[in-house]
Design a protein around this ligand. Sequence first.
Ligand code: AR6
Length: 205
Amino acid sequence: GQAHSIRHTHRTLSGLGGSEPSRYKRNEKLDQKVSLYTGDITKLEIDAIVNAANKTLLGGGGVDGAIHRTAGPLLKKECASLHGCETGEAKITCGYGLPAKYVIHTVGPIAQGGVGEDERKALRSCYKNSLKAATENDARSVAFPCISTGIYGYPPEQAVHEALAAVREYLDVHHDKLDRVIFCVFLPTDKELYLQNLPLYFPAA
Ligand code: AR6
């Protein structure tokens, strides 16, 4: 497949906000670092893509399966040397056969028993620790899938707020270390949720 560079991911979001007021101050410089991309995360030619992995880091279904298939067996080999990953934490590897330079593996909370404060905190930690792993490795462009909202059962309409708030809060402090953060949505319903909610967190995007 064809790789997509970051300049193809930007969507203009102005005027798409609902009736709800913004929760965060408008900040042109920061808000313009954020994009929405609809499609397969393995196609993105950027510094780092985030993987919604499990604690073993040895691969699985969903976006994890797609990333391992495209990256090839060397990714699993490097992952096997990392001794797993706790929920809410993140570990970085090379991208191997992917157009992305790095893969940041994070483990989202399993939400089949419902969402409480522990799950919310863990999901926010996934986004923040992934961005921390990126900036520590000088990765300036990062794409996120909708962590935990597939096999792990986190309600997407709740997850979107944790994702956007965590990225906004990280960028407020570390905007100088990142050029672009891409929310990669795969399902039309998630695209709608992000279009609705992005302006609440990034009013100038
Ligand atoms: N590109 C972007 N997003 C994708 C892709 C893709 N190629 N494929 C699926 N998605 P999931 P989780 C979306 O289930 O809920 C694995 O077995 C998908 O539509 O991949 O965190 C792991 O090993 C959904 O919106 O991750 C774990 O065991 C989002 O990615 C477990 O699943 C996340 O869905 C993790 O479950």
